[in-house]
Design a protein around this ligand. Structure first.
Ligand code: NCD
Length: 306
């Protein structure tokens, strides 16, 4: 039976911790500092990206290669999707090629689960519409655990375009399950009240439309990209940076130990100022990318049963 990773919703603390522990053991190999066990020798992974990606796609390829497996990459543009083949038909054909796993990114919320119900191989969700991005949630958790060594009682703010963010949903599920308190911060248009009820541990979730009021007590501030491609018309509000950007002035009001995270790609000068993104003391942005390789190694092994 293929094991899939479709979402972090419903994964318990034990399951999350096991994946994080396994990912941690892969950190030296992910950094290129150690030779990993070739646990994916002879395994074939299809990378199906129907939406743009830099970090996620390349880190799944790096993770596969580090473990001795092979990747085949298909991008939406340049595939028969442009000839009218459906998403499911494309996946069924890739499955018929005999792959061991498929990594899938799609604009269809629930798209990865749809494939998992229909194919023989393991399916790993690399972002499905506005729903979830489980390996991003795991790498965010690993990054936080590497800094603080725990989740219990940590105060995390996730800031920005929550409504459209699969990153926010996956992080919210995992962080609250692991014991952190999460405040979702954004303008009313990008932060629907229904988000409060999304997490299993509702008592660990708060909503705020006032970033300035939340800065003082934070251990982690996670900034999100304003996702113009999902916005129903209109661009970024002209006062977005002023109200919800992590500006130089706001960063100065964070507690000294508070770390800054962002899943990338960063809109510099919109959600984060240049000097905040590049502040080596606080910013975890590039470490998150390295952690992503280790997490994807752990997830591939988990799904392929090694
Ligand atoms: C995110 C995504 O595509 O969901 N990027 C990523 O995977 N690191 C976030 C984004 O696009 O803003």
């Amino acid at each position: 039976m293929a094991r899939h990773l479709l979402q972090l919703e419903g994964v318990d603390a034990e399951g999350l911790t096991a994946l994080l522990d396994r990912a941690r053991s892969h950190l030296p190999a992910a950094r290129g500092e150690a030779t990993p066990a070739r646990s994916m020798d002879g395994r074939l992974v299809a990378q199906l990206f129907f939406e743009d990606s830099t970090r996620t796609r390349l880190s799944f390829e790096a993770a596969t290669a580090r473990l001795g497996g092979r990747s085949m990459a298909l991008q939406g543009a340049g595939s028969s999707a442009s000839k009218g083949e459906t998403f499911l038909d494309t996946a069924l054909n890739v499955d018929a090629l005999g792959v061991d796993a498929m990594v899938v990114r799609t604009s269809i919320s629930g798209g990865a689960a749809l494939l998992a119900r229909n194919v023989r191989c393991a399916v790993i969700n690399a972002g499905d519409g506005r729903r979830e991005h489980p390996t991003q949630g795991l790498l965010d958790c690993l990054t936080i655990r590497e800094v603080f060594g725990r989740f219990d009682g940590l105060r995390v703010a996730i800031v920005g375009d929550i409504a459209n963010s699969r990153v926010a949903r996956s992080a919210l599920h995992a962080l609250t399950t692991l014991g952190a308190h999460v405040t979702l911060v954004g303008p009313p248009t990008l932060l629907p009240a229904s988000m409060a009820g999304v997490a299993h541990h509702r008592d660990r979730v708060a909503l705020s439309h006032d970033l300035d009021a939340t800065l003082g007590g934070l251990d982690v501030i996670m900034m999100l990209r304003v996702q113009l491609e999902r916005a129903a018309g209109g661009g970024v509000a002209s006062d977005y940076r002023e109200l919800f950007g992590l500006t130089h002035a706001r960063a100065a009001r964070l507690p000294g130990h508070c770390i800054v995270m962002h899943p990338g790609p960063v809109n510099r000068g919109v959600e984060v100022d240049d000097d905040v993104a590049d502040d080596v003391r606080r910013s975890q942005i590039l470490r998150q990318v390295t952690h992503g390789v280790a997490v994807r190694m752990a997830v591939l092994e988990h799904c392929l049963g090694r």
